[in-house]
Design a protein around this ligand. Sequence first.
Ligand code: ATP
Ligand code: MG
Length: 374
Amino acid sequence: MTDGALASGKTLGILGGGQLGRMIAQAARGLGFKTAALDAAADAPALQVVDFPVVGSVDDPAAARRLAEVSDLLTLEWELIAPAALEEAARLKPLHPAPSVLAVIRDRKTQREFLARRGFPQTEWGAAASAADLPFYPVIVKRRTHGYDGKGQARLASPADAAASADIFAAPCVWEKIVPFEAEISAILARGRRGETAVYPVAENAHRDGILRTTRAPARVPPAVARAAEELALEIASSLGHVGVMAVEMFVLPGGGLLVNEIAPRVHNSGHYTLGACATSQFEQHARAVAGLPLGPTSASGPALMVNLLGDLWENGQPDWSALDGIPGLSLHLYGKSSARPGRKMGHYVVVGPNADEELARADARLSALARRA
Ligand SMILES: Nc1ncnc2c1ncn2[C@@H]1O[C@H](COP(=O)(O)OP(=O)(O)OP(=O)(O)O)[C@@H](O)[C@H]1O
Ligand SMILES: [Mg+2]
């Protein structure tokens, strides 16, 4: 069953050195692997914890080659990597997920074309090079590539709005009909090298200003909706031939219908709750999947809450950590970032257990208590 699995002491190399790479590396070490990571910043979160930090741009084929040279197997924490660098990495060492998966995902247009071709449900959409291509208002316009945390998108209410936000069209875009969703959920799953799969309890996400703020798992949706979301996500992963962890973000419509918002071919912020709540975290699961080890159990020990800690909390210095004193079932995760900017993800906390919902209701109060007054 473990034929060809990466052996203990071999090195898993990660393209990208952010917090996702850091937590993958920490989990990979728990499985007995050595680790390497590539990032332009020498003090990037993952580079602080790996055996072989490699400094260079993930978009630079020469840097990808240096990572490949110190690694036995490669993976990534981020889908927006220049194709030339990905191809170079994959030419030198096995890379999961494959560049062909990333080629579909990295561009919102090819991602939506894939969903349409396979008949997966999504909102109305189209390509847009300028406001002249927008079919109606209000509408959401998103850059085809390099968007994250709500960056590179604009919600346009009228032609006048479009004229004022014309800079969004400096790069090719897609337009999307605004979905009147009742909830945003994500299904986190893993698919192994032989096509075996495992799926986590579907999570419920709350965003503000395009950035994920909290995740609650399991999502408070009817069991049939949760099952449909899991199945949809598993079908998407299989039809892409994905290997590793994947997140599928979906909108829940009034009545329980689902629309796919976007696919992330990697570990995902909305899956952070699994580290603490589930026997196998998404990070360990990803390392297992790409390394050819059996996938681990995904059930959760109880309801869970994840709260992101953004750079805004650092505005007047280190947060007042005493605000998290004495909360049962809480674990704190900080990413080792030395400079905090508003909106930058600095860490998160997870609460597992019967008080998860109470803590969800208190999240805003906890965050204001964490932030020091000026
Ligand atoms: N078509 C839509 N209708 C309604 N809301 C939307 C739509 N598209 C995006 N949003 C809202 O904006 C948020 C961010 O959008 P999206 O997931 O496309 O962007 P992103 O920048 O790639 O985010 P991330 O990478 O952080 O998940 C969504 O989670 C949702 O709250
Ligand atoms: Mg998103």
